[in-house]
Write a protein of this length. Structure first.
Ligand SMILES: Nc1nc2c(c(=O)[nH]1)N[C@H]1C(S)=C(S)[C@@H](COP(=O)(O)OP(=O)(O)OC[C@H]3O[C@@H](n4cnc5c(N)ncnc54)[C@H](O)[C@@H]3O)O[C@H]1N2
Ligand code: MOO
Length: 462
């Protein structure tokens, strides 16, 4: 194993020659104003973009979409499509993680009858009381009315007999030798009775449209009488893993490597609210890719690899061949800048993730996450920011996404954050959004939540 380089495991390939020169020029122009770790604000791009697919790296940068705009484009594409998707009725046990398509209105009063809040006696009028032989248990039919001066044993959740004035808790009552019940505490009128409709009346709106279905929502819906929920359908995603060099088991050998994205993407996509309908490994075969894309009925096709302009990078040519509209073609973000978003037709989109694994994660969070969130009508995550524990070296033009751990209210950057590396992200709680030019220690940076972290708001594995 070779020792990590001085940039803490960052791939040298993260910067090209032109960018390094730009960094040098930029720091010369501002000599004396900055520390080496603080390259300062990004210089404006020198010339407007005219590049087309495969025209070379420097052109691509100028055609590329700024990172915040790329996310907005993806969200807008999702919203436009979401407006035409019909809601579906989903059984409660399949609805976790979906979004309510309409308000949840109670189908019953809650509670639906006057209910005892405690185990004890239902009593009528002031004590002492004569106690009836038969008690009242939860789940039983309507009990007989009580006469004044009468009491009956009652269980928590049981129906209150008509003319009951209060419930006396078992620990607050005592029976004398003659079998009469006495209160050992004052009992207020109506005490420990949950009146019908205390929580809601039938027809009352309990939750608005757009609410995320959590376990608590499932419980409330069941209590309020629902067997199914009317929800926004889960976006369906097909994953196409490209690359002849990929192995699905065993150790890397003879230039072949393990497919890291086949195992990584499906659960992550599910955490983003998607149903993964297929994961297909189709090698570097243009026709197979063409067939897989045109034959897919999923709302979103996610491809991995093949986004650049190499000899077997088939994603751009296939998109051209099927007349797809490129909404985002490259993003000013590191890693992951060759990522793309295309509209295949009225119903379907494609997100092209770069093959380098951390670059693919960057594409997932930059393009697939906002698109899927909007398609699933999930509420937007509250943006949040924390101060950085240490400086992060910036890219001169592009946003950087850096794996961080969140400790003591600060975001500590992790090493091994190069585009081909998963070691940093596997230990991370979030991705820090480092603006062009870098960030100083203590500078607040936006954080993108990871589905397994508990530190911030946002999606979780469901
Ligand atoms: N001339 C240029 N070459 C490259 C550029 C560029 O701008 N100009 N960008 C580089 C960057 S940055 C990235 S990222 C990659 C993106 O390339 P592709 O999306 O075409 O990906 P591939 O070439 O297929 O693969 C790149 C790399 O990742 C490995 N890989 C692919 N799939 C997987 C997988 N499922 N699991 C693990 N590893 C995977 C693959 O073997 C390659 O090593 O392009 C650069 N080149
Ligand atoms: O560095 Mo590339 O940007 O790995 O995606």
């Amino acid at each position: 194993m070779t020792a990590p380089d001085v940039r803490g495991g960052q791939d040298a390939g993260d910067f090209d020659v032109e960018e390094v020169l730009a960094l040098v020029k930029d720091s010369r122009a501002s000599a004396g104003r900055r520390t080496p770790g603080d390259p300062g604000p990004a210089p404006a791009p020198a010339h407007p973009g005219t590049g087309h697919a495969g025209s070379g790296h420097s052109h691509e940068r100028h055609r590329a979409t700024p990172w915040p705009e790329a996310r907005a484009v993806a969200a807008r594409a999702g919203r436009q499509r979401a407006a035409h998707r019909a809601p579906v009725a989903v059984p409660l046990d399949a609805a976790l993680g979906l979004t309510l398509a309409g308000p949840l209105a109670a189908l019953t009063d809650l509670p639906s009858f006057d209910t005892s809040a405690m185990d004890g006696w239902a009593v009528a009028g002031p004590g002492p009381w004569t106690v009836r032989d038969a008690g009242v248990l939860a789940g039983h039919a309507a009990p007989e009315p009580l006469a004044d001066g009468e009491a009956v044993r009652i269980a928590t959740g049981a129906r209150i007999p008509p003319d009951t004035t209060s419930v006396l808790r078992s620990e607050h009552g005592r029976t004398d030798d003659a079998g009469r019940l006495h209160a050992t505490r004052d009992v207020g009128h109506g005490q420990d009775i949950r009146p019908r409709g205390q929580e809601c009346r039938s027809g009352e709106h309990l939750l608005p449209a757009g609410t995320l279905v959590t376990p608590a929502v499932l419980g409330l819906a069941a209590a309020a009488g629902y067997d199914t929920l009317t929800a926004v359908p889960r976006p369906r995603v097909d994953v196409l893993v490209l690359g002849d060099e990929l192995l699905t088991e065993g150790l890397p050998h003879d230039g072949l490597i393990r497919d890291a994205l086949g195992p990584l993407l499906p659960p992550w996509l599910r955490a983003l609210g998607a149903e993964v309908t297929a994961v297909r490994r189709i090698g570097d075969d243009a026709d197979a890719l063409h067939q897989a894309v045109t034959g897919s009925t999923a709302d979103l096709v996610v491809t991995t690899g093949g986004t650049a302009a190499g000899p077997v990078d088939h994603v751009h040519p296939i998109l051209g061949r099927i007349g797809a509209e490129l909404l985002v073609d490259g993003v000013k973000v590191r890693p992951g800048h060759p990522m793309l978003l295309a509209r295949i037709d009225d119903d379907r989109h494609l997100v092209g993730l770069p093959g380098n694994p951390l670059a693919a994660v960057s594409g997932l969070l930059t393009l697939a996450e906002p698109l899927l969130r909007a398609l699933a009508a999930r509420p937007a995550a509250e943006p949040y920011a924390l101060p950085l524990k240490e400086a992060v070296h910036g890219h001169p033009y592009d946003t950087r996404l850096i794996p961080v751990v969140l400790r003591g209210g600060r975001a500590a950057p992790l090493h091994y954050n190069g585009p081909a590396m998963l070691r940093g992200i596997a230990a991370a709680d979030a991705l820090a959004v480092v603006p062009p030019g870098g960030a100083r220690p203590g500078q607040e940076v936006e954080l993108l939540d990871l589905p397994w972290a508990s530190a911030g708001p946002g999606a979780r594995f469901t």
